[in-house]
Design a protein around this ligand. Structure first.
Ligand code: FE2
Length: 271
């Protein structure tokens, strides 16, 4: 589908087939070396009530918000943005050719956090630990894995976010916590996941309380594995506003129309 001013994204979570996957509200994958599919970017737009986590695999984007914050997203880096009570920002490509590839994940916030002040965490590629074993390379954005801790602190939903590269003929085994929602998205090659074949651009929603075995057969594969704590609260969504009641949505729309959506300057942390 087309998002922003005309950027082609592949949406899995946040479609009629999978409206939400508590605590996840949306997953967009963008990947193209055709500038016509990304050059228009995402000009000024609002968010309220949730977190966006952007992971830039390839390319260069500039983030700017209405409160004067600026952030560079480069290949291998990430940004965790708690929009909370309100952010109006743009996300614009800083390249006119070449590959632009990455993910944007929307993570819901508990009702008690939705109207708090916005916060950013900007993560440089160097800050992301890599855990390597035979035929396997795991980059750890958030949560714990292999005795290491990712640089993104996600205090409300405790997201574990792994970028997993599997060589041909190798396997990634991972425990699925009983209290977490888990999914994976394959973006290079294809895998067998506990007996099911997954081609690239496939999302698999995983069960819990067991372990998952993901095998790359005849060629290498790469995927993201993401887990998060479900909030089990009502979700009322109107585009980029996600609250728990219709009244709060009406308030968000009215605040946006009346220039009151942005209430506080965000705190900014760079790692
Ligand atoms: Fe945005």
């Amino acid at each position: 589908m087309s998002e922003g001013a005309g950027v082609t994204v592949y949406r899995t979570i946040g479609t009629p087939a999978l409206r939400h996957l508590d605590p996840f509200l949306m997953l967009d994958y963008f990947g193209s070396d055709d500038p016509d599919k990304y050059i228009a970017g995402f000009p000024d737009h609002p968010h309220r009530g949730f977190v966006t986590l952007t992971y830039m695999l390839d390319g260069h984007m500039l983030h700017q918000d209405s409160m004067g914050n600026r952030g560079d997203l480069r290949s291998g880096g990430a940004q965790w943005m708690k929009a909370a009570s309100g952010v109006i920002h743009s996300e614009m490509p800083q390249q006119s050719e070449g590959l632009m590839r990455g993910f944007q994940l929307w993570i819901n916030l508990p009702a008690s956090e939705k109207m708090t002040d916005p916060v950013y965490q900007e993560i440089t590629p160097e800050a992301i630990p890599v855990v390597e074993s035979a035929g396997l390379r795991v980059q750890l954005l958030s949560g714990h894995y292999g005795g290491k801790e990712g640089p993104i602190a996600d205090p409300h939903t405790h997201v574990q976010y792994l970028d997993v590269s599997i060589d041909a003929g190798h396997r990634f085994s991972h425990h699925l916590a009983t209290n977490m929602t888990s999914f994976l998205f394959v973006f290079e090659g294809a895998v067998r996941c506990s007996g099911t074949s997954l081609s690239h651009h496939s999302l698999a929603v995983l069960g819990s309380g067991a372990s998952v075995e993901i095998t790359a057969a005849d060629r290498a594969a790469r995927l993201i594995f993401v887990a998060g704590l479900p909030l089990k609260e009502p979700i009322v969504q109107h585009g980029p506003f996600v609250m728990t009641t219709h009244h709060e949505i009406e308030q968000a729309v009215s605040d946006y129309r009346n220039n009151r959506l942005v209430q506080k300057k965000a705190r900014f942390a760079r790692r």
